[in-house]
Design a protein around this ligand. Structure first.
Ligand SMILES: Nc1ncnc2c1ncn2[C@@H]1O[C@H](COP(=O)(O)OP(=O)(O)OP(=O)(O)O)[C@@H](O)[C@H]1O
Length: 486
């Protein structure tokens, strides 16, 4: 890795006011380097020192190993271009004329000559910021975002090795932001950019510098830096770190307020002829395999809908969403499952001690499966879900606890099937579930924090017992209705 910019022990003050204190870091060639920090932390001042807009007072800055103050102005302009926070809009100029200013370092002061290369570079710069169609429009007739892009065209026309950008996506709509950042990312240039949006910085930057009160708090990759403690310390706001759902990038979500705590009447069960509905007084965080709302979401309505045994649908999810809408449920806040079982045979289990939880299970075991021998089975058509397990916990579950609760509940269900001697009809061995079971673990995310929910933990023990008992009762009811003896 080649050092492009070396900032060494830089301090700066405006009059008596110290705004940068002993800041050191290195930017490598080709890197997309982000600077983050609260308002007034010194980001712009640091950038102005790097661009030579402000003279160095203390410390050194090197570009390609050479102290920046030793470069001649034209020489430096060919190396480093700047896009300031507030573009000094040259009113009266068109977009093209603005971009042409970027060719200034390439013009001989004695004999200025506009070459084909100058023309082509300007055309390409305007094209890359998608302003070709407006190249003859005057800057004052452009929107804020378009002006910002016109200013960037000037910087690109400068053909620098380093681009210094102060909040480059200011005023831009989402699509333009990503277009611009993708362009910069693919340009191969060394980019140093100030960001206010931590998630955009995480998505695009190879490394980040965190500034607070004029000091460099940390420098590293987004994965290294975006820890909850670090961001909370720098920005003094509570936050949660999580993963981007598609890209291997960390994201942060701020938690500016908390939801009101509810003690009584947290969940209400409504038994209808064809569905079981549980409504919660506040949104619960849910991890589920449900047909509607599967994965992780917040929900206030939990529906277990009875469908006939021969139910078949090309798009069961859409059909279920239509069903939910017809019954006045908002699918955005609903976890919806289907079952071929008569929902009147639902079994509940409550725990209301130190730990408050509630389990609802519908169980039919017609298509019971022994998971250890499932590979021997030849059936491929999924019939509607049979054992549907809903677990509601009044407590705050960590993500690990959600997964452990899922494991605990599944183990308890399997044990219930074992003790009830439920047999896989195809393999004649004891079944562990059915071929289309579903489960939802829902937590109020208030009150007691449960870091874990395995069978060694108090919450896991109660949860396992509740699921085991409810599953057994649900199997008994199913068998009774079917007239089975066991
Ligand atoms: N020309 C100036 N004269 C005096 N003080 C200044 C001047 N420019 C900036 N400051 C002060 O220096 C401190 C750092 O400002 P700077 O603009 O570098 O911070 P920043 O991190 O870029 O802030 P922001 O996120 O709000 O853009 C602030 O307290 C600011 O008020």
């Amino acid at each position: 890795m080649i050092d492009m910019i070396d900032v060494k022990h830089v301090s700066y003050q405006y009059g008596e006011k110290k705004v940068l204190e002993d800041v050191s870091f290195t930017v490598y060639e080709g890197e997309f380097f982000g600077m983050l920090g609260p308002n007034g932390s010194g980001k712009t001042t640091l950038m102005k020192l790097m661009s030579r807009e402000l003279p160095l007072q203390q410390g050194d800055i090197f570009v390609y190993g050479q102290p920046i103050q030793t470069y001649k102005p034209r020489q430096y302009a060919k190396l480093v271009a700047t896009l300031p926070q507030h573009t000094d809009i040259s009113f009266g100029y068109t977009v093209k004329e603005m971009a042409e200013l970027g060719r200034y370092p390439y013009q001989s002061s004695l004999l200025p000559r506009w070459t084909n290369e100058d023309e082509q570079t300007v055309t390409e710069a305007i094209h890359s910021v998608t302003l070709t169609h407006k190249q003859h429009v005057r800057l004052e007739q452009l929107s804020g975002g378009e002006r910002q892009r016109a200013a960037l065209a000037r910087s690109l026309a400068q053909q620098p090795r380093v681009l210094l950008l102060d909040e480059p996506t200011n005023h831009m709509d989402v699509a333009q932001q990503f277009k611009l950042l993708n362009l910069l990312k693919q340009s191969g240039l060394t980019v140093v950019a100030i960001f206010h949006d931590i998630n955009i910085a995480s998505l695009y930057c190879d490394r980040l510098l965190l500034l607070k009160d004029g000091k460099a708090v940390a420098c590293g990759t987004p994965r290294e830096l975006l820890s909850e403690s670090m961001i909370e310390c720098v920005f003094e706001t509570k936050m949660k770190r999580h993963e981007h759902p598609v890209l291997p990038k960390p994201l942060v979500t701020f938690i500016p307020f908390s939801m009101p705590h509810i003690d009584e009447g947290l969940w209400h069960v409504k038994e209808h002829e064809t569905m079981l509905v549980v409504e919660t007084a506040k949104p619960f965080k849910v991890l589920s395999s449900a047909l509607v709302g599967g994965g992780i979401r917040w929900a206030t309505t939990f529906v277990n809908r009875h469908v006939p045994l021969d139910y078949r649908c090309d798009d069961a999810e859409q059909e279920m969403i239509q069903f939910l809408r017809q019954h006045g449920f908002d699918e955005q806040w609903t976890v919806g499952m289907m079952t071929a079982v008569d929902v009147k045979d639902v079994a509940f289990s409550f725990v209301d001690e130190d730990i408050r939880l509630f389990v609802a299970v519908t169980a039919g075991v017609g298509n019971a499966v022994d998971s250890a021998n499932a590979w021997r089975r030849t059936d491929v058509v999924a019939s509607p879900g049979t054992i549907n397990t809903f677990v509601f916990i009044d407590g705050h579950l960590s993500e690990a606890a959600f997964v452990q609760a899922l494991m605990t509940a599944t183990e308890a269900k399997a044990k219930a099937l074992c003790d009830k001697q439920v047999v896989d009809p195809q393999t004649n061995t004891i079944a562990t579930g059915t071929s289309t079971d579903s489960i939802a673990i829902a937590a109020s995310q208030q009150g007691t924090c449960y870091a874990y929910a395995g069978t060694i933990t108090p919450v896991g023990k109660q949860l396992a017992r509740a699921v085991y008992e409810a599953t057994q009762t649900a199997i008994d009811r199913y068998r009774k209705r079917k007239g089975e003896s066991r």
